[in-house]
Design a protein around this ligand. Structure first.
Ligand code: NAD
Ligand code: TYD
Length: 354
């Protein structure tokens, strides 16, 4: 039975990964270390409560003693690091916490894994171990109208968030180059789907449309993101962890580039038709001040993961967006729990001067 240390899996992608893995593998142990920041939510894991294959530990990936004790207790085969501060707008307001969690946290995990898996005298690594860093296409910076991000594209991050992720990637690669640590890095494009915190574009717009609130579109709304249904990302991480060649980076994306304004108009149209509500229209759109340093376009070339591992995205955008809207409509209580309380304060602060 494989034993995984998975971090940050009370958040959006991580909780989807827990569901994906428990469905796929009857025998597995997932030890989920999560600090439960504002983005971590145990409600995301409600339906796996009581499943002995998933053990939740509340704690910080920066905590040396805690991570050491987990390695001693479980003798992990794999570490998959999802834990991170993940919102660009928050990183523009408060970059320090991004350095702490995303960079220092990653280095702590690498060090603890090295201590557990490396025999310094024999200069050998225990068989079958691997550290996988869940990274992002944002480390490559922004594209013009042409071309795609390849694994060989130089890192050129612009936001404090993407800079912290790029820095973490470099430490992961440094552990491979310096000590021969068995690692992989995945760099995925924008995800969407169930359990995403409504500070990100798609759930934020679904929630605002539903409540007839203004839809804050940054700048001209013509920035392009390459959207991937979250389950396809989970599948890629599993494939890279279990089959990826040690030391390699894999880009993950489904050639699904859309301008933000297209996404917003799609959500308006879908909800208008579904809820039969004429109060839902494009009049809700409000173009607001652009994000500082806003990357214009992201686009992934996924040829390597397709050719080497046989990964392909199973959910086309037209299907994925319907599944996503359905999920948020069916989980009103989940959304209400998040958007009451602190979220209101966040929203007012972030959007008041836009
Ligand atoms: P998220 O913000 O929804 O969840 C992050 C989780 O990490 C939360 O549960 C939070 O409590 C936890 N966390 C934060 N700091 C921690 C710390 N110091 N110690 C332990 N836990 C901590 O993020 P997400 O969207 O699920 O993203 C997960 C990972 O995937 C991140 O590393 C992100 O950079 C990467 N990624 C995200 C996307 C996307 O579109 N969301 C795309 C590509 C890559
Ligand atoms: P986001 O979901 O924050 O992801 P990322 O910044 O990691 O790509 O934003 C996606 C795009 O949507 C990005 O170009 C910024 C834009 N955006 C808006 O126009 N309005 C909003 O209120 C938000 C949150 C994002």
């Amino acid at each position: 039975m494989k034993k995984y240390l998975i971090t940050g899996c009370a958040g959006f992608i991580g909780s989807n990964f827990v569901h994906y893995m428990l469905k796929k593998y009857p025998e597995i142990l997932l030890v989920n270390l999560d600090k439960l920041t504002y983005a971590g939510n145990l409600e995301n894991l409600k339906d796996v409560e009581g499943d002995p294959r998933h053990v939740f530990v509340q704690g910080d990936i920066c905590d040396k003693e805690l991570v050491e004790s987990l390695f001693a207790k479980y003798d992990f085969d794999y570490v998959i690091n999802f834990a991170a501060e993940s919102h660009v707008d928050r990183s523009i307001k408060n970059p320090e916490i991004f350095v702490q969690s995303n960079v220092m946290g990653t280095v702590n995990l690498l060090q603890r894994a090295k201590e557990a898996w490396y025999d310094a005298d024999a200069k050998t690594w225990k068989e079958g171990k691997k550290y996988l860093q869940v990274s992002t296409d944002e480390v490559y910076g922004a594209l013009g109208a042409e071309g795609f991000f390849m694994e060989t594209t130089p890192l050129c991050p612009h936001s404090p968030y993407s800079s912290s992720k790029a820095s973490a990637d470099m430490f992961v690669m440094a552990f491979h180059d310096t000590y021969g640590m068995p690692i992989n890095i995945t760099r995925c494009s924008n995800n969407y789907g169930p359990y995403q915190f409504p500070e990100k574009l798609i759930p934020l717009m679904i929630n605002n449309v539903k409540h007839h609130k203004q839809l804050p579109v940054y700048g001209d709304g013509m920035q392009i993101r390459d959207w991937l249904y979250v389950e396809d990302h989970c599948k890629a991480i599993d494939m890279v962890c279990n089959g990826g060649k040690v030391g390699e980076v894999y880009n993950v994306g489904g050639h699904n580039e859309r301008p933000n304004i297209f996404i917003v108009k799609t959500i308006i149209e879908q909800l208008h038709d579904r809820l039969k509500d004429d109060g839902i229209s494009e009049d809700l759109i409000k173009h607001v001040a652009d994000r500082l340093g806003h990357d214009r376009r992201y686009g992934i070339d996924p040829t390597k993961i397709k050719n080497d591992l046989g990964w392909y995205p199973e959910t086309p955008f037209e299907k994925g967006i319907v599944l996503t809207i359905d999920w948020y409509l069916d989980h009103e209580e989940w959304m209400e729990h998040i958007t009451s309380g602190n979220y209101q304060k966040y929203y007012e602060e972030m959007y008041k001067n836009k």
